[in-house]
Each structure stands twice: as structure tokens, then as C-alpha cells.
Design a protein around this ligand. Structure first.
Ligand code: AHR
Length: 485
């Protein structure tokens, strides 16, 4: 299973960077101005890779503004989020932070207001060893070794009317193809992501993927998917089943990509980068950027406070990603700190875990080795949005090195517990290492900086070894992780 499934996303948006992961003067800040309390939580979260610097932000970003002596960097208007970008934090700071967080970078290039030339300039600055103008500039800026960034996103949500530099599918597909070809002249082994639709509900969904890949199929390796979920009309049952939508979305894009490949008689398969996903209350006020004469630095934007129910949904979305890990080879929860994030910070104060932190951290830590197909045989539940679906969703991983099997389950029924038998006949597993659950009660409870942690996984006392497997009770609306050896 690709470890890149447990990626995250850092955008210059709101307080994700400034007063999020970077806050010189904070009591825990290190010599680079990185908050150590946030770095500790990022490591605990188990994030493997981080996409940067956007998001919508990237589509009007000049990467050169963010390198070189900090006191000479220009302040610019960020057109995506109507904020002032000081450029105090840029590529070199990000790469230093990446080293300290022990994650791999995913870099996005601006194909909104810019094009192929600036993308290859950035590549040269980042990845060339030295002896050329831009690589030497990086060295002068303190980074002697090239960064070796492997995975690159060719723009962001280029189908969206909100995107600076929105393009038609064919226009964008040609630009992505041309940029990919140029980047591969520097390094043929880069992994390149073309933008898919901004979400499944886009009016051009499907045709967009088809037309972009018709132009760029031979030049790119992955296509992006983005999806954000929230309850609609207080319909908790459908919200808990959000993974159904994710399943269908992945299956649809896979089918479209394969059909373009089949028409081209290509043996190559395009993989999926689900490089933005999460729960996001898009209608909530903090999602609205400032306007008019107001161009604040790092205003609080998209600072959703998550409930226990949101944590159960995040656990379910991770099950969907794992189930599709034969095609989804990269994924990024959006975002990492403060902005629709598992980690929150107070400027000058504490860093703390949101409810959604826990299913992510447990899955990232324990989903190892091969993903196993789980045969689900049991009751169904009816939802307004998805019709009749399995009441319990599940996926399992098998780690050959440790001999551990981990099963992740979600009971999507709001009112009744589920009695489940995990049948592992033939797997010769001796017993339960751990069984923990999130949810089942206090579904609307949210964490705060100094309050109790409502989604701390608690032991599921009902789990017991039975003939050929394990029997357990999943509380209503809950996420559970069962580890066996
Ligand atoms: O993650 C927040 C925003 O959502 C990103 O900037 C954009 O790509 C998406 O629409």
C-alpha cells in the first residue's frame, strides 16, 4: 500500500503557515521559526507527505518572491484568499520544515497566471545540483544539496470559475502536456499530476477528465480528485456514508482514465492523486475571504471546529482510500494546520488535536503492508443520498513483516449498534492486540484548546476472540480499529 495515502496539505491560506506551522517568537519556535509543538503533533499524526503551496493560492503565486533574503522579499496581494502575502515563508523554509517533520514534499506549480517557463525555473531551482543560475541561487540561499522533489502538481483546480487563470479542458490539457514534457527534459522520472475536476458535482465533470487526458495522457502519471463533505439538511445518515461518494468518484475517474487509455491502445495506467479531501463546512462564515480594501495578513479562514461525527466520517473516507489503493497512489487530507485541519493553534499559545486527528493518526500508524479485500456480508441501511448501502463499511491490511492484521470499520447507522464477526479463518491469528473505537456518543461534541478530547480512541471492551475470528459490537455512528496478530 502506498504510504503516500497519508499525505496532508499546506497552503498559504489563513493561518495554515503563519501562526500555524511557522511562528517566530512563539515560545516553542525553533531557530527557523517553526513551532515545535506543531511539529510534534505532525509527527504524531503520521503524515507521510505534504502538498505545497496551494491550492487556489498557487494560481497567482510567484515562487521567486519566497526565496532569498527575507527582508528583501516583496509583500504581494494574494488574489485567491484576498490576503496580504508577506513571503516570509517560501520554498526554502518549506523544505527545511519538511526535513524536520520527516515528510516528503509534493510541489504544485502555477499554471493559472504563469506557464511552462516558470514551472521549469522552479524545477531547476529546486532539483538541479548546481552550476546553473537558479540552482546556484538556491545554493547561495543556503541549500547546497538539491531537494530532489519527485511529485509535482501541474496547477490546481483549473476547471473552477474561482480559479485565477481558469481554462477550458483542452487548453489546460495542452498546457499540462507541454509543461510535463519540458519538466521531463530535466528529469524523465518525475511523477506528474494533471488536474482533474474540482469535485464530482462540477458541470464539466467527466468531459473534463476525458479531454485533459486526451491531451496529456502520455505525459502525466496521475490525475487529481478533490472532495469535501459536510452534512446537508442535518442528514447525518447520508453524511456518515460519505465514503460511498468517494468510492463512486474514484471508480468513475478510473473508468474515464482507462477508457482514454483504451482508445489510445495504451498499456499505461493513469493513477489517482486524491490530493484534497476532508470534511469542510463550506457554508460556514469563516470560509468567506475578506473583501474590499481589507487585505489582512494570515486572517483566520476556514477554521472549522470538528465534531465526533466528523471524525467518524474521516475514518470512513480513509477506508475508501485504502480500498482503492491499487489506483489511488497519493492522497492529501486538506489541510494540516488551522485551515480545515486536524491540528489547531492559538497564536502565541497552545497547539491541540481536533477530533478528526485520531482516526487519521491511528490509520496512518497501523495500516501497513497489503490491503485486503473484505467481503462484507450483513445488514444494510437506507440513506436519502445513496439509497440502500452496507450498514458497516470495512477494510483490512496485512503486514507480512509483523504478522499483524488491522481491520478498520465504520458503523454508519445512526441509531443502532452493529454486532460484527470478523472472520479470519485460515489466517492463523492468535489474538487481539488492540480494539479501539471513536464515536457512538456525543456525536456533536467538539474539542477545544483546553477541554477534554472527545474523540480520543477508547478501548472497545466488547471485542472478544471467537471461533475463527473476533466478535465485536460497533456502537451506532462509530469508527473502530481492530488489530490482530
Ligand atoms: O483547501 C481549500 C481550497 O479548496 C483549496 O485552495 C482549493 O484547491 C480547494 O477548492
Amino acid at each position: 500500500m502506498p504510504r503516500r495515502l497519508f499525505g496532508s496539505f499546506v497552503e498559504h491560506l489563513g493561518r495554515c503557515v503563519y501562526t500555524g506551522l511557522y511562528e517566530p517568537g512563539h515560545p516553542t519556535a525553533d531557530a527557523d521559526g517553526f513551532r515545535r509543538d506543531v511539529l510534534d503533533l505532525v509527527r504524531e499524526l503520521g503524515v507521510t507527505t505534504v502538498r505545497y503551496p496551494g491550492g487556489n493560492f498557487v494560481s497567482s503565486y510567484r515562487w521567486e518572491d519566497g526565496v532569498g533574503p527575507v527582508d528583501q522579499r516583496p509583500a504581494r496581494l494574494d488574489l485567491a484568499w484576498h490576503s496580504l502575502e508577506t513571503n516570509e515563508f517560501g520554498l526554502d523554509e518549506f523544505m527545511r520544515w519538511v526535513g524536520k517533520a520527516d515528510v516528503d514534499p509534493i510541489m504544485a506549480v502555477n499554471l493559472g497566471t504563469r506557464g511552462t517557463a516558470e514551472a521549469v525555473d522552479l524545477l531547476e531551482y529546486a532539483n538541479h545540483r548546481g552550476g546553473s543560475h537558479l540552482a546556484d541561487q538556491r545554493r547561495d540561499n543556503g541549500a547546497t544539496d538539491p531537494y530532489g522533489i519527485r511529485l509535482w502538481c501541474l496547477g490546481n483546480e483549473m476547471d473552477g470559475p474561482w480559479q485565477v487563470g481558469q481554462r477550458s479542458a483542452t487548453e489546460y490539457g495542452r498546457l499540462a502536456s507541454q509543461t510535463a514534457k519540458a519538466m521531463r527534459r530535466f528529469d524523465p522520472d518525475l511523477e506528474l499530476v494533471a488536474c482533474g475536476s474540482s469535485h464530482l458535482g462540477m458541470p464539466t465533470f467527466g468531459a473534463w477528465e476525458r479531454d485533459v487526458l486526451t491531451e496529456a495522457y502520455d505525459d502525466v502519471d496521475l490525475i487529481s480528485l478533490h472532495a469535501y463533505y459536510q452534512p446537508v439538511d442535518d442528514d447525518l445518515a447520508s453524511f456518515l456514508a460519505s465514503a460511498e461518494d468517494m468510492d463512486r468518484y474514484i471508480d468513475a475517474v478510473t473508468a474515464i482514465a482507462d477508457s482514454v487509455g483504451a482508445i489510445r491502445r495504451s498499456t499505461k495506467k493513469i493513477m489517482i492523486a486524491f490530493d484534497e479531501w476532508n470534511v469542510w463546512y463550506q457554508s460556514a462564515a469563516p470560509s468567506n475571504p475578506p473583501s474590499g480594501e481589507d487585505w489582512p495578513v494570515a486572517p483566520p479562514l476556514l477554521e472549522d471546529h470538528y465534531s465526533v461525527a466528523d471524525a467518524v466520517v474521516v475514518g470512513g473516507l480513509l477506508i475508501s482510500l485504502l480500498r482503492h489503493s491499487d489506483r489511488v497512489t497519493a492522497a492529501c487530507q486538506a489541510q494540516l494546520v488551522n485551515v480545515i485541519a486536524p491540528i489547531m493553534t492559538e497564536p502565541g499559545g497552545a497547539a491541540w488535536r481536533q477530533t478528526i486527528f485520531h482516526p487519521f493518526a491511528r490509520t496512518a500508524r497501523h495500516a501497513r503492508g497489503a490491503v485486503l479485500d473484505v467481503l462484507r456480508d450483513g445488514s444494510t441501511t437506507s440513506t436519502d443520498r445513496f439509497g440502500e448501502i452496507a450498514a458497516v463499511d470495512a477494510v483490512s491490511t496485512w503486514d507480512d513483516e509483523t504478522g499483524e492484521m488491522t481491520v478498520f470499520l465504520v458503523n454508519r447507522v445512526v441509531t443502532t449498534p452493529a454486532e460484527v464477526t470478523v472472520d479470519v479463518t485460515g489466517a492463523r491469528l492468535a489474538g487481539i492486540i488492540e480494539c479501539v473505537t471513536v464515536g457512538g456518543a456525543d456525536l456533536h461534541a467538539k474539542n477545544t484548546a483546553d477541554g477534554p478530547d472527545h474523540a480520543e480512541p477508547r478501548p472497545n471492551g466488547a471485542a472478544r476472540s471467537a471461533d475463527g475470528g473476533v466478535q465485536l459490537t460497533l456502537p451506532p455512528a462509530s469508527w473502530t480499529m481492530l488489530r490482530l496478530r
